[in-house]
Each structure stands twice: as C-alpha cells, then as structure tokens.
Design a protein around this ligand. Structure first.
Ligand SMILES: [Zn+2]
Ligand SMILES: [Zn+2]
Length: 287
C-alpha cells in the first residue's frame, strides 16, 4: 500500500480555538477526533481511476463512489469508531442507548464500513439502532474521513471547472457541508467525508437546486466575524455556512471552520432551517 500522510488538522483546529476562545470549552470534544486522525496513516488504497474515467462518470452526473466502491477494511474503521462512540456518548448522554445499539449492531456485523457511506436518502445505518441522522453523520465523518481522503486523493485533481454542477460531492456522493468563496469570488462546496471540493453557483441552492432569487437569502456576519455567512433557502429550508476568504484570509480548512462555528448553526436552526450534516456540538447545545 502506498504510504500516505496522516490527516493532521490539529494546528488548524488550535487556531480556530484561539480565535473563538469563548467557545473553546464547548468545542473541546472535537480535540479527540483530530488527535485520532493524526495518529493514523496508510489506511486505504488510493483509487486507480484516471482523469478520463472520472470525467466520463461526472458527465453522466454520477459520483465516483456509485460505480467505483472503495475497498474499506473493517479494522481501521473500527479502531476509529470505538473512541468516536465514546465522544458521542459524552457529548450526548441522551443518545447512550442508541450508541450501545449501534455498537451491538457493529459487533453482529449488521453495520459495516460501507453502511456509513452516503447513499440516496442518507446513510445505510439501520434505523433500529435509533441513532439520530446527525450522529450517524458525525460517526461517518469521524471514522471514514481519513480513509476516504486517501482513497479519493488522486481523483481530486482530475476535477476541473465545469465537470460537475450537482449539489452532492462528485467523489463520495455526500451532501455539501461548507462553502468557500475564493479569491476569484467563486463558491466551492466542501465535503467533510472525503475532503473533496467542487465549484457551485452562488445563485442556486445546492440542496434542492432552485435558482429562484426570491427563495434564496444570504445573511452575512459582521464585526469580528466578518467574512462568514449563512445561505438559506426557503424552498427546502436548508442552509449552508460559508466563509469569504477574500475577507477572512486566515480561515482554516472547511471542516475546522464548520465545527468551530456552531453559533452560526444555532442561528439557522432557530430560524427553522436544517442541513444534512449538523455538527455534533450544535445538537448538544440546542436540544
Ligand atoms: Zn466527498
Ligand atoms: Zn433549497
């Protein structure tokens, strides 16, 4: 297997905690995730799919994962899942029975790494575990991100502007979790599950596809939080957080920015909006 560098976001996370010192206690649970990720490497074989084969699938609107299933071994996923279940049980004590049911389903083999991959309509984890979708999403990101980033890394560079216009990740099929507005003013959506990113129109909702300007609203933060924004859609009631990197040059990677800004989620959730992958700590704060 090719030697792969571990996914080390610890420094970027420490920077977010410095900038958002008032939230650092609430966000402390995430430290264990970044520590876990930094310790593991060479977990999965990178996909051997050339640019033409990638682009042929994208031209049909098919994320790579729909036709090229990565070979995910159980052991490395299990090694991450164990401590992650502990994190969930700590942050969400109310979910302890569901966490136990999930662990039992894993033991029985009813839940496998592939169960945590996104599919149309959510993840493949049996509803009988009772684990809420946002917690399944956290476990999927926590246990699969280091692997899927290695799997899809060679394909990330094959995607060029215009290859993909849908609101799901062209690599792993997950919903977008964050928006980055770059130096050129264009929006890139970020995937937390595989670390992929893809260009997307700023005038369209990535979740339902509407481009009706009356349905779309952009709320921008001001003062010390300048550069951050919430994009909402009244048609599907979904929201997306984003950062304009022209204004916020010191912003970190998408995932640390997302997990480090639960206060924006609180605003959106209070206004009745939702999104597929609400971070763990937000649900803890608003329940
Ligand atoms: Zn992805
Ligand atoms: Zn929408």
């Amino acid at each position: 297997m090719t030697a792969c560098v571990a996914l080390d976001l610890r420094e970027a996370w420490a920077d977010v905690l410095r900038r958002r010192a008032a939230l650092s206690a609430a966000l402390s649970a995430y430290g264990a995730v970044f520590d876990l990720w930094a310790e593991v490497s060479a977990l999965a074989a990178p996909l051997d799919v050339d640019a033409d084969a990638c682009r042929e699938r994208w031209s049909r609107g098919v994320p790579l994962i729909a036709e090229v299933r990565p070979d995910l071994r159980t052991e490395p996923v299990e090694a991450l899942l164990g401590p992650l279940l502990g994190v969930v049980a700590t942050v969400r004590p109310d979910a302890a029975p569901a966490v136990e049911a999930f662990a039992a389903a894993w033991e029985r083999g009813d839940v496998r790494p592939a169960s945590l991959l996104p599919s149309r309509g959510g993840f493949g984890v049996p509803v009988t575990t009772g684990l809420a979708p946002d917690l399944v999403g956290f476990l999927a990101i926590g246990s699969l991100r280091p692997l899927l980033e290695q799997v899809f890394a060679p394909c990330h560079e094959h995607l060029v502007h215009g290859d993909w216009s849908l609101g799901v990740c062209p690599f792993c099929g997950a919903p977008p979790a964050w928006g980055d507005i770059g130096e050129d003013g264009r929006l890139e959506l970020a995937c937390h599950l595989c670390g992929g990113a893809w260009a997307f129109s700023r005038l369209r909702c990535p979740f339902c596809g509407t481009d009706d300007a009356k349905e779309l609203r952009r709320m921008t933060a001001e003062g010390p939080e300048g550069g951050y924004a919430l994009a909402t859609c009244t048609r599907c009631r979904a929201y997306l957080k984003s950062v304009d990197r022209r204004e916020r040059w010191n912003a970190g990677p998408a995932l640390v920015e997302d997990w480090g800004s639960p206060h924006f989620d609180v605003v959106a959730l209070r206004e009745g909006y939702a999104r597929p992958l609400v971070p763990l700590v937000v649900t803890a704060r608003t329940d």
